[in-house]
Write a protein that binds this ligand. Structure first.
Ligand SMILES: Cc1cc2nc3c(=O)[nH]c(=O)nc-3n(C[C@H](O)[C@H](O)[C@H](O)COP(=O)(O)O)c2cc1C
Length: 393
């Protein structure tokens, strides 16, 4: 079981008066400290990875420094938005990359802004696989995947995707080492940019998930068929990255239960447990699981009876992060009953830059505006969500 400590709340507020006010209240479970490997976190509220599509031409922009620093608290843990690991990895406009020198240099001031406020910042490494289009690929080639089957339905919009996502090219087994190496180079770049660690994106129907899940992976080589084979490439990526930068700086995100991006599995429990056991053996820092109730990325389906408990038990030595539809009460409950060590918040943190303070005070929350999630504007719906006004009394 991960090492947890329940001590007095370490406040994140800069002003002494605010700190005092916060100290006078009893710490809610979400605002208790936690030691994640070598990192001393002052609370359990994590910024979930959130693509914001404001990295023009795949280059992180200066406005991201303000966005991330707004969401930073001293000792808070932030996971950056999905960042492409190579020139075949992108699938959307204006998502950042971490494979070129220019991208690496552009990340540096953003990471520094988070560090200046005492935050701990991981870079999420991503390859979109077949969730891409010719326009994002070098020389207009087909996107790559575990399969040559195209994505049939865009689950988020429930639309057929014939125009959006063309049939991918099935990668050959002899191409896998190069793909693994792309993740290694990206991880090295992220560390050189100053990130404290990396999260490998194995969730939400992107390349690694396209290997993990049997609805998509229809291979008959050593990377397809049984569970062990389907997990082989994603685990090779984690092992190679951990060997390069240290397992104590590596996390992995998984969504075995989701069918997002037309990527489901017939036995998500077995998949989740197998991955958790294998990752535990590798000694990585954390796994980050999306709740079974999140069938799509945004819609909570409350009918599920599935639980993440067996997966948490299988990942017995590291930190367990959960995400997906959490509010304040559910987050407190997850921590107090030890269902999770940390809770990642996506949309609520996007809309409330001072979410830990608001949770501590049980204050009113700004509502996220979905129309600006992926707009390319450098300010609107990005850095203009209001902070809690100081209490005049
Ligand atoms: C605008 C937006 C962008 C997202 N981008 C990513 C991403 O880059 N990587 C990822 O793993 N998940 C991404 N997600 C999923 C979130 O990390 C999170 O799992 C999801 O929003 C559910 O959590 P919530 O209910 O707290 O919002 C994104 C979600 C949203 C709303």
């Amino acid at each position: 079981m991960a090492n947890t400590t329940m001590a007095n709340m370490n406040t994140n507020s800069n002003s002494k008066e605010e700190s005092k006010k916060m100290d006078e209240r009893e710490a809610i479970p979400l605002l208790t400290p936690y030691k994640m490997g070598n990192f001393n976190l002052s609370h359990r509220i994590v910024l979930a990875p959130l693509s914001r599509s404001r990295s023009y031409n795949f280059i992180p922009q200066p406005h991201a420094a303000l966005y991330y620093s707004q969401r930073t608290t001293k000792g808070g843990f932030l996971i950056g938005e999905a960042s492409g690991v190579s020139d075949t990895a992108q699938g959307y406009p204006n998502t950042p990359g971490i494979w070129t020198r220019e991208q690496l240099e552009a990340w540096k001031p953003i990471v520094s802004a988070v560090h200046e406020k005492g935050g701990i910042f991981f870079c999420q490494l991503w390859h979109a696989g077949r969730v891409s289009n010719y326009e994002y690929q070098p020389d207009g080639k087909a996107p790559i995947s575990s399969t040559d089957k195209r994505l049939r339905k865009d689950i988020a919009n429930n639309k057929a995707t014939a125009d959006k996502y063309p049939p991918p090219r099935r990668v050959r087994a002899d191409e896998i080492p190069k793909l693994v190496n792309d993740f290694v180079i990206a991880a090295k770049n992220a560390m050189e940019a100053g990130f404290d660690g990396i999260e490998i994106h194995g969730a939400n129907g992107y390349l690694l998930d396209q290997f993990l899940k049997d609805k998509v992976n229809d291979r008959d080589d050593e990377y397809g068929g049984n569970l062990e084979n389907r997990c082989r490439f994603p685990l090779q990526v984690v092992k190679a990255v951990a060997d390069e930068i240290g397992a104590d700086k590596v996390g992995m995100r998984l969504s075995p239960f989701a069918d997002y991006n037309d990527c489901g599995d017939s036995d998500p429990h077995a998949l989740g447990v197998h991955m958790a056991q294998s990752l535990n053996e590798m000694g990585i820092l954390y796994i980050h699981l999306i709740e079974p109730r999140m069938v799509t990325q945004f819609h909570k389906f409350d009918g599920t009876k599935s639980s993440l408990t067996p997966i948490r038990k299988a990942f017995k030595d590291g930190t367990f992060i959960v995400a997906g539809g959490y509010d304040r009460n559910e987050g407190n409950e997850a921590i107090s009953c030890a269902a999770a060590d940390l809770v990642a918040y996506g949309r609520l943190f996007l809309a409330n830059p001072d979410l830990p303070t608001r949770f501590q005070l049980d204050a009113h929350l700004n509502q996220p505006d979905a129309t600006t999630f992926y707009s390319h504007h450098p300010v609107l719906g990005y850095t203009d969500y209001p902070f809690l006004q100081p209490n005049p009394k």
